[in-house]
Design a protein around this ligand. Structure first.
Ligand code: G4P
Length: 527
């Protein structure tokens, strides 16, 4: 491995911020970008204004709906490091997009609203991270408002998210009486100035028994802080970085993103403890970032921001080696060589062409329809990255083309949207009907809107009452044949020609499984 590659890997940290909508993910992202100088906005941010310049809102449809449909990438430099933030859509109907993005990061920050505590979407996303032992830092936001008691929140996080928490900062009051936090990690008192800019007061404070404490925060708050810090000391062991890296404990910070309070502490701790680019598993072997040969995978495909151009951007995470512009690489699934003349990196609002990129980086590849989610690109080796599954959908509709003259556009549009992972398309064998399966209802609107806007095709939906679609395989040829004959009317194929069973109810699924014990039913596409 070259020294340069090693240096570049050490500089990189790639992560995502996840939260339930409205907890403050966008605000926190903006503040982090401000620290990195990637965007420049003076003073406290009024989100509406800055939201327009935030890269995460670049699709027309999300402007309309006010939700972040697209997952975008923002990079910034801080303290000599290159930090890549992969933004994730907060809306639950786009959860699959988020799951896939989580395959491309090495750690996450979870934002929790101090008043609302752990919400539904947070639970789902954290459970996906836990499956992969992704290191997690928790940021409890909106301390300038009345919220739940700190200890209660930590208990709630442990109970609902299954995380072992480790507070590294501790709030002094909250809402009207919020005075700041004590940074247990760096032993500093940080005093909150409402509507604060970056000049909140930070005081080195090694010993909380020092009577100076009263001068800063008053008698009552000082007594409470001393008492609570003693409890913290008893309940929580000392912070161990390796436990965090192994996904065993999650450091917790308190702050207020909109007031830019506690954000710098979070960032300073993050750069010290968060992992550099980690190895990735493929079907063939483990790929280490330090390998000289380049390998990467596509985790997201985005329709072009400019609807006049049909091409798309495939987001590729670099897993090993150095990726270079204008170099021949192998598109493993298609078995063909490709070279990229305009690979793009994202520095907040700016896009620029990159000559080279390193493990942990995400580059955008202009694509005219060659890529699907999960595709691998390598220097020649046949590698298939794991952990980028499609989930079996649970909401279905039949889809019909409304304008016979536009059949081609309809077909092409559908095909491309499916490659992007917007939804899954099944073809029912016995009557040739197309069925779209999604994880959230909003996807149907997105598909309809985009087929019209980008492909000029009009579609009509009809209700399809299926409970689940699952992939089926069977080693016993005769048993499989019998199954196929008996369940002919319930079978369809997915885009890649894999056989799918469409169950009308959970009862029917259960019965079918019992009647055909040799057939295996799979609930994610990775089997
Ligand atoms: P999201 O991306 O997780 O969905 O949340 P976002 O950052 O958009 O924040 C949701 C709302 O919470 C915004 O208010 C934002 O200003 C507010 N917010 C974020 N951090 C804090 C904080 O520390 N304290 C308080 N009090 N509020 C915070 P909004 O009214 O929905 O939008 P806006 O009009 O302020 O932009």
């Amino acid at each position: 491995m070259s020294n340069k590659l090693q240096e570049e890997i050490k500089k990189r940290k790639t992560f995502a911020i996840i939260s339930h909508p409205d907890a403050g993910k966008t605000t926190l992202t903006e503040k982090l970008l401000l620290f990195g100088g990637a965007i420049q906005v003076a003073g406290a941010v009024k989100s509406n204004k800055i939201k327009k310049t935030t890269v995460s809102d670049f699709m027309e449809i999300e402007k309309q709906r006010g939700i972040s449909v697209a997952t975008s990438v923002m990079a910034f430099e801080y303290d000599g490091l290159k930090i890549n933030i992969l933004d994730t859509p907060g809306h639950k109907d786009f959860a699959e997009d988020t799951y896939r993005t989580l395959t491309a990061v090495d750690s996450v920050i979870v934002v929790i609203d101090v008043a609302k505590g752990v919400e539904e979407q947070t639970e789902k996303l954290v459970s996906v991270c836990r499956m992969r032992n992704t290191p997690i830092i928790v940021f409890i936001n909106k301390l300038d408002r009345e919220g739940k008691d700190g200890f209660d929140l930590l208990d709630e996080i442990e109970a609902k998210l299954g995380l072992h928490v480790m507070p590294l900062s501790w709030p002094i009051g909250m809402g009207q009486t919020f005075q700041g936090v004590y940074n247990l990690f760096e032993k500093k008192l940080m005093l909150f100035k409402p509507h604060g800019k970056q000049d909140d007061e930070v005081i080195e404070f090694n010993d909380l028994s020092n009577p100076e404490l009263e001068k800063h925060i008053g008698n009552r708050a000082a007594a409470t802080l001393r008492e609570e810090s003693e409890i913290l000391h008893e309940v929580y062991p000392d912070f161990n970085k390796q436990d965090y890296l192994d996904g065993k404990i999650s450091p917790v910070f308190f702050g207020s993103a909109v007031n830019n309070f506690g954000v710098k502490e979070l960032l300073d701790c993050f750069i010290q403890i968060a992992p550099n680019p980690l190895p990735r598993t493929t079907e063939e072997r483990v790929v280490n970032p330090t390998e000289d040969k380049f390998a990467g995978f596509v985790f997201k495909i985005h329709a072009n921001i400019d609807p006049r151009h049909r091409d798309r951007i495939a987001f590729m995470r670099i897993c090993s080696g150095t990726f270079e512009r204008n170099t021949n690489y192998l598109h493993v699934r298609q078995g063909k060589q490709m070279r990229f003349s305009n690979p793009t990196s994202f520095m907040a609002a700016k896009k620029e062409i990159v000559d080279e990129a390193f493990p942990g980086d995400v580059v955008g590849l202009y694509d005219s329809g060659n890529f699907k989610i999960g595709d691998s690109i390598t220097e020649g080796e046949s590698l298939h990255f794991k952990g980028i599954p499609a989930f079996s959908p649970e909401i279905f509709r039949f889809v019909e083309n409304k304008e016979p003259m536009k059949y081609k556009q309809f077909q092409k549009g559908l095909e491309q949207l499916m490659d992007e992972g917007v939804a899954q398309l099944f073809l029912r064998e016995f009557d040739g009907r197309r069925i779209i399966g999604v994880v959230g209802n909003l996807q149907f609107d997105v598909i309809k809107y985009r087929l019209e806007g980008e492909y000029g095709a009009k579609v009509e939906y009809e209700p399809a009452n299926f409970h689940k679609a699952c992939w089926v395989t069977c080693e016993d040829k005769n048993a499989f044949q019998e199954f196929k004959e008996r369940r002919r009317r319930d079978l369809a194929t997915d885009k890649d020609g894999n056989l799918v069973f469409l169950a009308e109810s959970s009862w029917m699924l259960k019965m079918t499984q019992e009647n055909h014990p040799k057939v295996q039913f799979h609930f994610t596409s990775e089997f």
